[in-house]
Structure formats: C-alpha cells, structure tokens
Design a protein around this ligand. Structure first.
Ligand code: ATP
Length: 470
C-alpha cells in the first residue's frame, strides 16, 4: 500500500490537528481505506471519524451493514457516526433515480458530519478501477473538457476537501489487502447488477483493458492528471478571452458577441461555450453533451443571421446577427403596449428603456444621433404616443425619399429578433410615426436651430434608476 502513503507525502496535506472524516460503506474499498487511515493515524496526530449512511435500500441487510461498521469501529476505538435515510422515499419525492438520490443524501450526511467535527477532509474509497469506469462512461456519454479527467484526487468540498488516496491502486489490490488483514468486508449485491451502466463497464470492458495492460489504471490516472493540468491552463486562457466577448447579464441570461468570439481558436470557443453553460446552469444537466456544444458552434458560425437552439432544462440559445442570447426565459408573451407622453414627462418602457420629453431651447448637447428627437410643437399633435410596433408601420425616414417599413429598418439595423416586439415606436396623436428611438427618425424632425422653444425627446436604452416623474 505504498501508493496510499505516497499520496499523503505527495500532497503534504494532513497537518497536526486535522480531522479526516472517512466514508465507510462496509464494502472492501472503504474498509481497506479505514484500516489504512487508522494505521496512518498511529504515525501522525490527526483525528479520524468514520461515517456510514444506511440508505435503507435492502432492509435488514442494509441495517446489518450499519451495525457491522459500528462494531468494527467500536472494537478498534475509532470514532463513528451513522444515520439512516429512506432514500427510496426521497427519490420518489424529488423525482430522482435511486443512485442520484443516494448520492445526494450521502453527501448531505457527510456535510453534516464535517460541520459537527469541523472536518478538514472527507476521504472516500474510490480506486483506480472506479477511475477507469468513470472516465470511460463519461467519454461514451459525450463529456468534454475537465469532465473527461474523471475523479480528482483532491477537490474542494463543503468546508474542506474530498480526498481519494486510493486512485492509484486497483480493486484487486484492495481485496488482497482486506484478505491479508482479515477485514471481512460486506459485499453489496447491487454492485453486480447489469442494469447499472457502471456495472456493465466493470464487467465487460475492464477485463479486456486489464488483459491488454495490467497496469492500465496507472495510464488512466496519468491521463486524468494531464487533462486536469491542460484544462486548468486552457480554462484560464478562455476565461480571459471570453471576458471580452461575453456579457453575463442577469443570472438567467448571457449574451455573446459572435464576431470576436469566432476569431478565437476552436479549442477556446468550445471551452468558452462551456463557461457560459456552467455559469447559467446551477448544476450542469447530465443530458448536456459535446453534441450540444458542437451544435452551438455550428449555429454561431453558419452564415444565416438568425436561428435558435434548444438546450436541456429549458435553456435556449437565440442567435440574431452579431449577438447570441442564452436564456431560460421562454419567449415571453410580449404584451403590446401604448403609452401617452406629454411634455414634461419621463416614461419607463416594458423593455427597461426610458423616454423623456420636455419643452425648452434647442439642447446644446444635441448631436445628430437617433437618441434625440427634436421638433417644434406646431409640427405635431400632442400628446405623443409611445407604443410597440404594429404590422404595416412605416416611417418617412429623414434624409430619404419615400417611406420605409419599420420591419425593414429592424432588419437593416440588425435589431435582435427578441428585442423587436418591445421596441418603442413614437407617434403623435394624429398617427404619424415620428421616431424609432435609437434607430431612425422621420423627416418631420426638420428644424433650423433658432432661439424658439422646441420639444426635446430623449431615449435611454437603460432607464436611470430613481428620479422618475411617473
Ligand atoms: N453508505 C455509505 N456510507 C458512507 N460512505 C459511503 C457509503 N457508500 C459509499 N461510501 C463512500 O463512497 C465511496 C464510493 O462509493 P461507491 O458506492 O462508488 O463505492 P464502492 O465501490 O461500493 O465502495 P465500497 O467497496 O467501499 O463499498 C466508498 O468507497 C465510500 O468511501
């Protein structure tokens, strides 16, 4: 079990006074781990607490496993904590598979024990064969990036770290260890069932790999560590690049600038997409695969200016010209709106923008942009109407002969599809369309700068918080 000791040497982790909680199912892996840790404890001075959760899957048999762990620990003066949770009931309530529910309950239990004992580490008995299975399962399912590294030897968990000191040894090593030390572990019959994917990999794939190379677990472990190193580097690089093209917005949405994104190398693009998805999903769904990432990359790089893609758990990517919006908000039913605007007044619009109107001299700050509309009162009929677009809306565009459909202005200005239904259209009470704020104005804004009074309309895409007259 040199490998076990080397783990601690390599990581120079355990300081005097540390507390290690060890998850013990009663099976050979975790029992060997407990035995090794209590031997190590004799050399060092850390506190060791065994923790066992009875999932109540197999009635008396499960309970016997709990008693077995309790007795094992009591006989050896090892502190032990146990609990029972009706995982089947929990799985039903939460609509989870029994495996996922068991994991959730177990990790919750571990957290409670860590809190109670101020644990620094949670030691788990995963070994090299588990690692091979995990990596292969993820690979076959279509995982990408660091997920392909399988399980980490050390990773942050709750108030401390999960440690897996047995990833460099095999199941056979552990069974031999149990035999040598007469540990007499319990065997969980569900580990043999063919209906669990992991069990099928164990039964049908592992023997072949081990025949090809008896030390194949070392190859997989090395692969895992290399992937983690490479990923850490690439991850940092993609974060740095993505920060320039990705607007996180609220926690349910993100926006990506497509053109500069597509200039990044493909490997950073892939990781960039993954960063967005990690950010939006609190927990990345297992149904999300590299196929989704590839489909997203295809959507972003194809010539067509708009399109969308449905991703698991209701996330949607909506491409529109130079932007792609990632959102959970299902296409909101956008209510048409119509508001009156009589100067002096400020109104906030359903899309969060604001329009203000006041009478006064020609504004000095006026630049000939589309965020202002300035008109003499005699040229319009008050009040102004601010409303959402209607089919057939047309604007007599300033500086152009004839009229132009509002719809075509949106297209030419590359206004994202999801913004068009809420975009304000400003008219006067006689029904003439005066202005598409931020985009185009009508030739009615035909003024000569004089000392007379004007009506000044101003559009701000983001309403200023506070200070509204209405
Ligand atoms: N019921 C449990 N109570 C406490 N810890 C557990 C329990 N089940 C699993 N663990 C911990 O999680 C690790 C991985 O669990 P998993 O079920 O994948 O392993 P296993 O191959 O069945 O291991 P073992 O031979 O120890 O049962 C175990 O080695 C152990 O450290």
């Amino acid at each position: 079990m040199d490998q076990f000791y080397r783990f601690f040497k390599r990581n120079s982790l355990i300081k005097d006074g540390s507390t290690i909680v060890v998850g013990v199912s009663g099976g050979p892996d975790s029992l060997a781990l407990l035995h090794l840790l209590s031997a190590l404890k004799k050399k060092g001075s850390f506190r060791l607490v065994a923790a066992h959760l009875d999932h109540m899957f197999r009635g008396k048999q499960s309970e016997n496993e709990k008693k077995f762990v309790q007795k094992y620990c009591q006989d050896r003066n090892i502190e032990v904590e146990t609990a029972q949770v009706d995982v089947s009931q929990f799985a039903k309530e939460k609509k989870l598979s029994s495996q996922v529910a068991a994991r959730e309950c177990r990790y919750q239990f571990f957290k409670e024990i860590m809190d109670h004992y101020q644990g620094d580490f949670l030691a788990l008995g995963h070994h090299g064969d588990d690692q091979i299975e995990t990596i292969l399962m993820r690979f076959v399912r279509g995982a990408a990036g660091r997920a392909l590294a399988g399980m980490e030897e050390i990773r942050p968990f709750h108030t401390g770290y999960i440690i897996r000191p047995l990833l460099r040894v095999t199941k056979d090593d552990l069974l031999n260890y149990c035999n040598q030390h007469n540990l007499n572990p319990r065997f969980d019959p569900s580990n043999e069932k063919d209906d669990y994917t992991r069990n099928r990999f164990r039964k049908y794939v592992l023997p072949f790999l081990k025949e090809e190379n008896p030390k194949v677990h070392e190859r997989f472990q090395l692969f895992s560590e290399n992937v983690l190193e490479d990923e850490a580097f690439l991850q940092e690089l993609s974060m740095e690049k993505m920060n320039k093209v990705w607007n996180r917005k609220k926690d349910k949405e993100s926006e990506l600038e497509i053109k500069p994104f597509l200039k990044l190398p493909l490997s950073l693009q892939r990781r960039g997409i993954q960063l967005i998805l990690n950010y939006l999903y609190k927990r990345v769904p297992s149904s999300l695969t590299s196929i989704h990432i590839e489909s997203l990359l295809h959507l972003l790089s194809q010539k067509h200016p708009s399109g969308s893609l449905d991703l698991p758990n209701g996330l949607k990517a909506v491409k529109s010209y130079d932007n792609c919006l990632f959102t959970f908000a299902h296409k909101k039913e956008i209510e048409p709106y119509e508001l009156e605007l009589n100067p002096p007044k400020r109104i906030v619009l359903p899309n969060g923008a604001e329009i203000s109107a006041h009478k006064g001299p020609f504004p000095k700050e006026y630049v000939n942009g589309n965020n202002f509309f300035i008109v003499k009162e005699e040229r319009v009929t008050l009040p102004f109407i601010v409303r959402s677009r209607k089919s057939g809306d047309k604007l007599k565009v300033k500086g152009m002969n004839g009229t132009k459909k509002v719809k075509d202005i949106f297209i030419d200005e590359k206004t994202p599809l999801y913004e068009r239904d809420e975009w304000p259209v400003v008219l006067d009470s006689s029904g003439q369309i005066l202005w598409l704020p931020g985009l185009k104005k009508s030739s009615i804004e035909d003024f000569n700068v004089t000392n007379e009074e004007y009506i000044v309309l101003q559009y701000k895409k983001q309403a200023v918080v506070g200070g509204y007259s209405e």
